[in-house]
Write a protein that binds this ligand. Sequence first.
Ligand code: BGC
Length: 805
Amino acid sequence: MSTVSSADALTAALASAQWISPYEPVPHPAGQRPAHELAGRFHWDGAATHRAEGAETGAEAVVYATAHGIYELFVNGVRVGDEELSPGFSSYRSRLQVQRWEITALLQPGENTISALLSDGWFRGRHGFVRRADGFGTATAFLAAVLLEPSAGAARPLLVTGDDWESRPSHITRADLMDGQAVDLRLEGLAAQGQPHSAVLSTDPLCADRTRLVPAGAPAVRRIQELRPARISTPGEGITVVDFGQNINGWVRLHELGPAGTRTVLRHGEALDDAGLLLVENIQAFDFATRAVLPAGQVDEVISAGRAGDTFEPRHTTHGFRYVQIEGAAGPIGADDILAVVVHSELARTGSFAASDPLLNALHDVVDWSFRGNACAVPTDCPQRERSGFTGDWQVFADTAALLYDVAAFSESWSSDLAADQWADGRVPTVVPNPAGNGPSGSAFEDMAAGSAGWGDAAVLVPWSMWRAYGDRAALACALPSMRAWVDYAARSAAAGRHPERAAARPLEQPHERYLWDTGFHFGEWLEPDTPPAPDPTVDHGIVATAFLHRSAKTLALAEAAVGRPASAERYGELAANVRAAWCAEYLAADNTLSEEAQGHYVRALAFGLVPEDRRQPVADRLAALIRQNGTRLGTGFLATGLLLPTLADAGHLDLAYELLFARDIPSWLGMIDQGATTMWEWWDGVTPSGVRGSLNHYSKGAVASFLYTHVAGIRLAESPEPGAEAYGAVVIAPQPGGGLSAAAASVQTRRGTVGAEWQIEGGSFRLTATIPAGVTAEIRLPDGSRVSGVGAGTHSYSVAAAAL
Ligand code: BGC
């Protein structure tokens, strides 16, 4: 596929096309709905001539297409392109991506058939914690036009979707992103299904809104890598379990399907029980109202047609899994019979890291895999239980992702979805894209949770992360209205109410309280060690929410300044200062302790700059003391974990940061790896001798990987770049060796070239080599405290005596 040039071009191309739906008189229950084939034909009289002309003029036969659901496109039975899960996931009520497929090479003189295999996907299928279906509508639909480009004048398309298209059931008898896919290969092929029905013109009012059509902007999802089995076992009669050695997002490809009629079932999961059988309890969600546990899903089935060379590879679902349990296979499954296919958005790798201690390299790898497992069309929380674009998860991980990969287009597409789904009052739903669109969904929990601090702040903090990393002014300007709407909402909420407990304890409202955001629902720090999830709207999370209000107002002020709006910058700067003063007045005691002694609050106090300069050190020392009191164990959850080590290191507690980085007890990152983690876990104690809990593939705690770049190797992007210094225009190279490491190296391919930092301790000296591309000015901060400013392009080496460190 190539990029569609503009929204106008694709709207014009599709102007005469009509949205069509499969003939489906009685839809199957959610999760069990088949994929349908929709097919149209056109005669291409002058195929040869057109081709000859094409060669002269560069004309190309193209298909513009999109769907409500997931579609695969075929020309004369041949699959077009190598993209998966088209049209991707976006806020379909406002933004629907259109693909442009080049098909000249697949056309033949005479009659040509264009067909689409269409399944529920995100539009009508199940996803989210409670696996609701029909989120965007109750019918799937397809829209396409075939035309020559550049077209001669007002040339009509060669074919458009309409009710002259045919609709047939397909060999995909069930397809759902969560539940999995079933295929009966005996039904394969257009002809196998008897007389077709006419496709049905769609009556969904959403179809009438063509302003939603946008060029595909998010990087396409593709099959990125294949993994061979690491181990195959047969823990029971007729049961094979394949361990791919790595938790991934994707599916398997199975060969040897047995004689016709053989029905093979494949169940996917992240863990095994003591008997070596698949264990899925950890990825089963529950119904909020009834607390009834929901099925884990991720079950594929294939019925063989008995044809030699047939393979099974589901492409209308994806799974989060390391293990697949296979039942019903005709014979033993060997290492050459099955592969795992890693599927995710195709992103260019930009970051590399290596250190003398392989444990850190393993940690970097595990975080990388966790991100890859959750970068499927949109950033998700986990690829098995929910597959949702949780705002808080991307908020905490976006900076790290932008070190590992070029996530500019991926994240900007998602931020456009966030803006589209933001409520009129500025509130941000907890998941984006949000099936309900920009208003309440009717689910009491979801509607209550919209607007949680730390989650909704993704509206501000994510575009700012992207600006710092990539410096796209237009993208930042485009995000500004959404950023403002969020901060205004939070500021209004702060001013409007008082938490009932505060009001009871202190009947007279103090002036600073108009800047305390202590009302409404907030997740709070969320999932601290030994703290099971217990979302409770009555809890006062003001210490967290007010901290985030300060952080976002301050960030918004910087963004306003960056796009040249000094008056707004000043206004939000003032708000940030007032909120900060209120936070200190309410939560910071005269003895520099906080009113709630949790590590996360101290981390935010320091990382968000809430604490006055002259009180930072005692606050940092208190954080260190709390960690020591806790047996030198971290105690942070979702929001503060990624900030913990940089905060400690920057506040004079580098040794403690390294102790936590290298800690092996639970809770710790390396402790997870000791227990076999190949991706980051949602819970610190995801796997213990007493069982498995929560998702084993949540990247949020993996935000620690940025410490490897910024402090261990020492490549630091400016926090608040001066004009021209965004996108690594100004970089600080500040390695902070420790933890017994003798060497570390990192590089980041930035928009301006590759920035690198590499150091070794050898023969009593610390030696740093910094690589700075043209257009970048670096400040080098050596571990003995010396600094060199204004360092320009080139490779520069520095040494200091190791004794001075
Ligand atoms: C998700 C998270 C999310 C959290 C709070 C969980 O179910 O998996 O990652 O951020 O809910 O909303």
